[in-house]
Design a protein around this ligand. Structure first.
Ligand SMILES: [Zn+2]
Length: 480
């Protein structure tokens, strides 16, 4: 029997090393720090994607984005994408999701179809993009509390997706970190605003300029605020506010005598770049380790002691552990972070990012996807010497509490890491082939295949040639 109540908090865009829990100089998370004394703290948890649209559904499904239908760009999912949620329902849980982010709301996805109860009452307008609605944590958590009070006798699985740390950084209160030592030491200035889509930004751009996407710009008279320290102080205040809300919610659970029997999970869908590669205050553009490495804290019912977990885990293992009633996530020797143009591979303390071509956001990358076939690997190795213009590639190594760029990473090591990816991909292909032979699925596919006069044999050939992700796109295109 699993815990009576399970609360999964997804704190959008919270990078691990900005939590005081993980040693950050600023006291950003006093409540989570306290909670973590009776919880398992994961030091090496990796997100499956560096942006919300792919990462959140992946976490909920317990699968990598490329194993889901259309996870990279469209946000439309199918019934068999979320076996985890179905299984929880079978176990008697009422499933609910409360989201403050438009990207996981019913305005942009059909995630709402997979929960018994779904709340996305978004009434706040984003600073520079009024069409991007969101909601304040206080409002979301009030709705959660009302729901919990009404259903406290039931078994509950509740997902709560909060936005306070997501840009533009406009904390409701002035940052308490403004003017502190970290603030005074940081005299960096942003040089250049780039399109929010990152269209046209190349590796060369990043060698010359400190860039920031337009949607983050906070105006200062005629010019925009350029002081990096100002933005970071505001971002940290966002994390502080999230933490304050988490504290208030735990207090609510205690008051209702539900705290002891609840399982609480806190994580982030991805991090945020704070000057790495000269990119400021952005995510979703590449599979950088700063975006991949996220906080993960799990408190079990009646847990008395803190456990520090030093194994590498992937957030896609949260749901399978919950479904199986396992207290710990299984360690993974290899984890992947997927982006339509990037792959991040973590293996035994090393991490590589391989990025194809220009930097640009997901909407502009459908035709320019990463070469995931074995032919793609040949190409990468051919281009490795002059990857700057064609392929952007970087190696990182685990040092202390984070990943640090490793300029000396050898070609052999890169090849080794990439082979890890291919091996995993091949096993996925085998599984897919099996699925295709399943009559229910193949019937659906047959219609699409017929439309393009493709034989099954041809389809398999294509599948192998293009790699699974390209294949998914192909199927997407064939859709009636
Ligand atoms: Zn996000």
């Amino acid at each position: 029997m699993g815990p009576k109540h399970i609360f999964l908090f997804i704190l959008d865009a919270v990078r691990k090393d900005h939590l005081s829990l993980y040693g950050y100089q600023r006291k950003t998370t006093p409540n989570i720090d306290k909670l973590a004394k009776q919880a398992e703290v994961y030091n090496w948890a990796f997100a499956p994607a560096p942006y919300t649209l792919a990462s959140v559904p992946s976490i909920l499904a317990g699968k990598y984005p490329i194993e889901l239908s259309n996870a990279f760009t469209s946000g439309r999912f199918e019934e068999d994408d979320f076996p985890t949620l179905l299984e929880l329902k079978k176990q008697g849980y009422t499933t609910a999701m409360f989201t403050a982010n438009i990207v996981t709301s019913s305005l942009k996805t059909n995630l709402n179809e997979f929960f018994d109860y779904f709340w996305d009452n978004l009434t706040e307008e984003e600073l520079n993009r009024p069409a991007w609605l969101y909601q304040k944590a206080e409002v979301v958590l009030t709705a959660v509390e009302d729901f919990v009070k009404k259903h406290k006798k039931d078994k509950l699985f509740v997902v709560i997706h909060l936005m306070e740390a997501h840009g533009p950084y406009v904390p409701q209160l002035d940052s308490i970190f403004k003017g502190d030592e970290l603030y005074r030491q940081d005299n960096r200035m942003v040089d250049k605003l780039v399109p929010t889509t990152f269209r046209g930004v190349t590796a060369e751009t990043l060698e010359t300029f400190k860039v920031m996407p337009k949607y983050q710009a906070i105006m200062q008279g005629e010019d925009y605020e350029r002081r990096v320290a100002e933005y970071i102080a505001k971002y940290d205040m966002g994390i502080y506010q999230l933490d304050k809300n988490v504290g208030a919610f735990c207090h609510f659970l205690e008051k209702e005598a539900l705290f002891n029997n609840s399982q609480l999970v806190f994580t982030a869908d991805h991090g945020e770049l704070m000057g790495e590669e000269n990119i400021f205050f952005s995510h979703g553009i590449l599979a950088h380790p700063v975006l991949s490495l996220v906080p993960l804290i799990i408190k079990q019912p009646k847990q008395a002691k803190r456990i520090v977990n030093k194994e590498a885990v992937s957030l896609i293992d949260i749901m399978p552990a919950i479904v199986a009633g396992r207290k710990q996530l299984s360690p993974r020797p290899v984890t992947f972070t997927f982006h339509p143009k990037s792959i991040g591979v973590m293996w035994s303390g090393k991490y590589i990012v391989v990025h194809n071509g220009e930097f640009s956001d997901i909407e502009t990358t459908q035709e320019d996807i990463f070469p995931v076939s074995s032919r793609g690997l040949d190409k990468i190795l051919r281009d490795y010497k002059n990857f700057k213009s064609r392929l952007w590639l970087k190696g990182f190594r685990k040092i202390g509490n984070k990943y640090v760029e490793d300029k000396k990473m050898k070609r052999e090591e890169v090849l080794e890491l990439f082979k890890m990816f291919l091996k995993w991909q091949q096993s996925l292909l085998k599984r897919l082939e099996k699925e295709l032979l399943n009559p229910r699925r193949s019937e659906r596919l047959a219609v699409r295949i017929f439309l393009k006069s493709l034989t099954r044999e041809n389809l398999f050939k294509r599948l192998r040639e293009f790699g699974e992700y390209r294949w998914r796109l192909l199927i997407q295109k064939l859709k009636v």
